[in-house]
Every structure is written in structure tokens, then in C-alpha cells.
Design a protein around this ligand. Structure first.
Ligand code: KG4
Ligand code: ZN
Length: 339
């Protein structure tokens, strides 16, 4: 019999609920995005985000159950993101999940949002590779995190490295703003880069040859380099060739990420890589992964790269199946780490 988990995700600006069977089969995956709400502010406005979650979450959960064609009686546990993320946003999801689980007599499973991204690679879809045998080299690239991790088994990780400054998604968002490309930055920058020449500008890839920072990343220098470049280009009244700058920047970020993967693949002799998080949606990164990695890689379809609740239900299932669940005193952890 299929074991069904209801997943709930409200860590940032997407209100999401999903029903997943056996940790892998998506029966429904509802995401109510708040992009239009935050657009005028050029970024996520935390108070608005939590207020919108309050308004949207109940109907989103009802929709997830209806689309999956299941009733509460068939759900085995409720999995909810409890960190990392915006405190106010997390609170809405955790409190409603607690109330619903309590009322329905179901166990509650608190899920780490980053582990959720990792498990987006376990969800079955028509496209792509599904994950193979452990150990797996995992690259998480989201708006708030850039982490290189060795995954030994379900729920067992060693952290190899991370960004020393900005996260990959964060630098996409900042550079998009700098180039006047609008919000959200990542997709806008990718669109602008479509007609650009990625080789026009040679932008720096930090820490490439730094032995002490073998598995770490740094993106703040790249951001500054783009700023200097645009200033130099406009100094004598010229226009910024936005498409070329965007394409060159995007290629440099992808290069930085893939280069560290190559080092770790060689050092740890892994036979598979998993990439996840919002930046995994990036076309240039996907292209370089395909062209440069010597081992197969799993990467979710675009719609599972950005925040969703199916990945939370999947991660929750593997935790629950291993005998774990949370107490009713589960609290939000805005700065929660994976390891
Ligand atoms: O994983 P995610 O949805 O939320 C977090 O947990 O942070 O990631 C959001 C980040 C944002 O910084 C966004 O600009 C970036 O992922 N992103 C992209 C693309 N789509 C989303 N970055 C580059 N190219 C994209 N196509
Ligand atoms: Zn995320």
C-alpha cells in the first residue's frame, strides 16, 4: 500500500502543499507564488510574505488533497518545513501543520528546507535521471545557500564546503538588480543572457586554485567585478551591453560551481552527483553540468528546483520511515543548518 505524506512549505515566498506517495510519487504539488506581491519591493518583504501565507495556506492544502484525490484518512503523516527561512513565514506553516496533524490524529514531521531541496532529486518525473547508489555528491544552490555535501545515506551528510560570502542565487539576484533586469533576478538574468555572448567579458572565478578553500565558493568578488565593469563601460557615456554582461556573468557562476564539483568528484571518487535548489533551474549551469561532469548527475526538472512542498513531503517520508517524528513543541528555526 502506498504511504502518503502531506507536505507543507512556507519558508519564504511560496505557499505550497503537496501529497507524495512513498517519498517519490507526486500525487499533487500546489504552489501559490507571491512574486507579484513582492515585485514592487524588488525582493521578498517578510511581513507581507507571512500575512499572505496566512491567507493562502488553508486553500492550498485543500487543493493539494483534492488534486491528489485523497482524504485526510489516507494521509499517514504531515511534514512541514521548520527552517531555515523567514521566521514569520515558517511560523505560519509550522503552526497550521501542528493544528491539522493534532486534529487529524497524525504524526508531525519537521523538515529541514535544505534537506527538502536534496530530496527533490528523489521525486519521480518523466525527465532525467533518478538517484543511484550512495555516496552521492550533492550541490545545493538556492537563494540563501551554496553548499557542497557528501551524502552517505538517507539523512547522513558530511559538509565539504560552502560559500564564504554570497549564495549563488543571491548573487544572481543582486547582479540582476544592478543590471536593471527586475525581479526575480535569476530567471530575469537568464532571459537577458539568451542573446548575449558569454565570452565577451572575462569575469573572475574565485578560489579556483586556492588549496585551503578547496571545496568553498566565493561570489562577492564576481559581483564587484560586474559593478566595476558596468561603471567602466558607462564612464564615457556608453551603454551597457546587458545581454553580454549577463551571459558572461552566468557562465562565470556556472564555471565556479562546476569546477568545485570536478575537484570533489576526483577527491572522493563518487559515481553520482545531485544538484538542487533554485539556481539548479539555470540553463547555463545545466549545460555545463552535462558537458563537463565525468559522472552522471541527477537534477530536478525546473518546476521542482524552486521551492515546493513535494520535496518537503519526500524528505519527511524518509525521516518518518526511519522512525523519526517531531514533538508538539516543534518550533521554527530560521537559521537551521543541514549539518
Ligand atoms: O530554492 P529557491 O527557490 O529558494 C531558496 O530556498 O532560496 O531559490 C531561489 C533562488 C533565487 O535567488 C533565484 O533568483 C534563483 O534561485 N533562481 C535562478 C533561476 N531560477 C531561480 N537563478 C538562476 N537562473 C535561474 N533560472
Ligand atoms: Zn529553497
Amino acid at each position: 500500500m502506498t504511504r502518503l505524506i502531506l507536505g507543507i512549505e512556507t519558508s519564504c515566498d511560496e505557499t505550497a502543499a503537496a501529497v507524495v506517495g512513498d517519498g517519490r510519487r507526486i500525487l499533487s504539488n500546489v504552489v501559490a507564488t507571491q512574486i507579484e506581491l513582492h515585485r514592487p519591493y524588488g525582493g521578498v518583504f517578510p511581513e507581507l510574505a507571512s500575512r499572505q501565507h496566512i491567507l493562502t495556506l488553508n486553500p492550498v492544502i485543500e487543493q493539494a488533497l483534492a488534486q491528489a484525490q485523497v482524504t485526510w484518512r489516507e494521509i499517514e503523516a504531515v511534514a512541514v518545513t521548520y527552517g531555515p527561512g523567514l521566521a514569520g513565514s515558517l511560523l505560519v506553516g509550522v503552526n497550521l501543520a501542528k493544528g491539522l496533524a493534532w486534529a487529524q490524529g497524525l504524526p508531525l514531521v519537521g523538515v529541514n528546507h535544505l534537506e527538502g531541496h536534496v530530496y527533490s532529486n528523489w521525486l519521480q518525473t518523466d525527465a532525467g535521471l533518478t538517484v543511484g547508489a550512495f555516496p552521492i555528491l550533492v550541490l545545493i544552490v538556492s537563494g540563501g545557500h551554496t553548499e557542497l555535501i557528501l551524502m552517505h545515506d538517507h539523512g547522513r551528510y558530511t559538509r565539504l564546503g560552502a560559500t564564504l560570502d554570497d549564495a549563488a542565487g543571491e548573487v544572481f539576484d543582486k547582479v540582476a538588480r544592478l543590471l536593471g533586469l527586475g525581479y526575480p533576478g535569476g530567471p530575469a538574468l537568464q532571459k537577458a543572457a539568451l542573446s548575449g555572448d558569454p565570452q565577451r567579458f572575462d569575469l573572475p572565478v574565485a578560489l579556483r586554485h586556492d588549496e585551503k578553500q578547496r571545496y568553498n565558493f566565493s561570489f562577492s568578488g564576481l559581483k564587484t567585478a560586474v559593478l566595476r565593469l558596468t561603471r567602466a563601460l558607462t564612464a564615457d557615456g556608453g551603454a551597457v551591453p546587458t545581454a553580454d554582461v549577463a551571459a558572461s556573468f552566468q557562465a562565470a557562476v556556472a564555471d565556479a560551481l562546476v569546477s568545485k564539483l570536478l575537484v570533489a568528484i576526483d577527491d572522493f571518487k563518487v559515481s553520482q552527483v545531485c544538484v538542487c535548489g533554485g539556481v539548479a533551474a539555470n540553463a547555463e549551469l545545466r549545460r555545463q553540468l552535462t558537458n563537463r561532469l565525468p559522472v552522471p548527475h541527477a537534477i530536478p526538472p525546473i518546476w521542482l528546483c524552486t521551492d515546493n512542498a513535494a520535496m518537503i513531503a519526500s524528505a519527511g517520508f524518509y525521516r518518518y520511515a526511519a522512525g523519526e517524528h517531531s514533538g508538539w513543541d516543534l518550533d521554527v528555526r530560521p537559521n537551521l543548518k543541514l549539518i
